[in-house]
Design a protein around this ligand. Structure first.
Ligand code: RIB
Length: 328
């Protein structure tokens, strides 16, 4: 069984279902409320575990009931949480989530203990966690300097480092470049891709996609996998750029779909599949994740991913030659 080491956040998701997402200043009556485990790091760890990998999850939780419950759930999934930091006197991470009837969402996160994970915590981890040719998956609900230290330690050890740059931090262009350069594969969505290249347009202006793509492609080592929600994803490698269409499913709740994608992608890469094959498989995992409510409760297991991926995977379209700007 391949191993994936996941660095990222652990949250508890407080989710309200509403007919439509509220505007600023508006009060909306919801139809249901749930409290479930979440956090981009935790979702990715669970996604990778259910997709068939041995998973070590590195995060920080508070010494409170939410933190203890979260760790118990990860253990029950079979995830190694022996290196999780429990921070005294600090609350565990919490996310407030609205999900509209169209499946779209709005999320605010109070990171709590997640933001106490330090670069020194990374330095203190045993070398055995950073195995050559194994996969390290990092997301950004933890401090950026900690994420960067994790990516660099993984890269130095010869790991394949995957960065899901979500949520995009407010950092300088050079800090973003450092982060992206330490990753072998990156999985931004369109908003993240623009923000990381410092190219978010003025309100009403069109994004300069070709230049954005050019900058990302110049920084990548192996692949840029751009996630496009209901439009699937695009993959750029040295060999070329491909578009992978989305599976047709009924979207009930899109929370955690990106995490399902990154977790499954990491597993497929750990199994030695090419970035293109890995993205096509992860695309099926993300499609399944939107068909059920909740983040972790909706993450599919390996058999379900295999079945959907095999059931007429959407066609690959070679969009252009390598190094061009056609990824967007
Ligand atoms: O990516 C989805 C996750 O974002 C939710 O589970 C929530 O905790 C926020 O971190």
């Amino acid at each position: 069984m391949p191993r994936v080491v996941v660095f990222g956040s652990s949250n508890t998701d407080l989710t309200m279902r509403v007919p439509r997402l509220p505007e600023p200043g508006q009060t909306i009556l919801g139809s249901s409320f749930t409290t479930t485990p979440g956090g981009k790091g935790a979702n990715q760890a669970v996604a990778a575990r259910r997709a068939g990998a041995e998973v070590v999850f590195i995060t920080a939780v508070g010494d409170d009931d939410l933190g203890r419950q979260a760790l118990e759930l990860y253990r029950r999934e079979g995830i190694d949480v022996s290196h999780v930091r429990v921070v005294e006197g600090v609350a565990s991470g919490v996310a407030l989530i609205f999900v509209g009837d169209d499946g779209e969402n709005l999320i605010g996160v109070a990171p709590g203990a997640n933001h106490r994970l330090t670069p020194e915590d990374i330095d203190g981890l045993p070398a055995s966690l950073f195995g050559k040719d194994e996969v390290l998956l990092v997301s950004l609900e933890i401090p950026v300097e900690t994420a960067l230290r994790a990516l660099r330690r993984g890269a130095e050890a010869g790991m394949l480092t995957v960065l899901n740059p979500a949520p995009v931090p407010a950092i300088s262009e050079s800090a973003a470049k450092d982060l992206l350069s330490a990753a072998t594969v990156i999985t931004p969505n369109r908003v993240e891709a623009l923000a990381l290249t410092g190219m978010t347009p003025e309100v009403g202006a069109q994004p300069d996609w070709p230049r954005c793509a050019e900058r990302l492609l110049a920084m990548r080592k192996l692949a840029v996998v751009l996630t496009l929600g209901s439009r699937g994803c695009e993959v750029a490698t040295a060999e070329g750029t491909w578009s992978i269409g989305a599976h047709r499913v009924e979207a009930v709740d899109t929370v955690g779909a990106g995490d399902a994608f990154s977790g499954a992608l990491a597993v497929a890469l750990a199994e030695g599949r090419s970035p293109l094959e890995a993205a096509a498989w992860a695309n099926a995992a993300a499609a399944l994740a939107v068909t059920q409510p909740g983040a972790q409760s909706a993450l599919p297991n390996r058999d379900a991913i295999d079945r959907l991926a095999a059931r007429g995977a959407p066609p690959y379209r070679m969009a252009s030659g390598g190094g061009s700007c056609a990824i967007f």
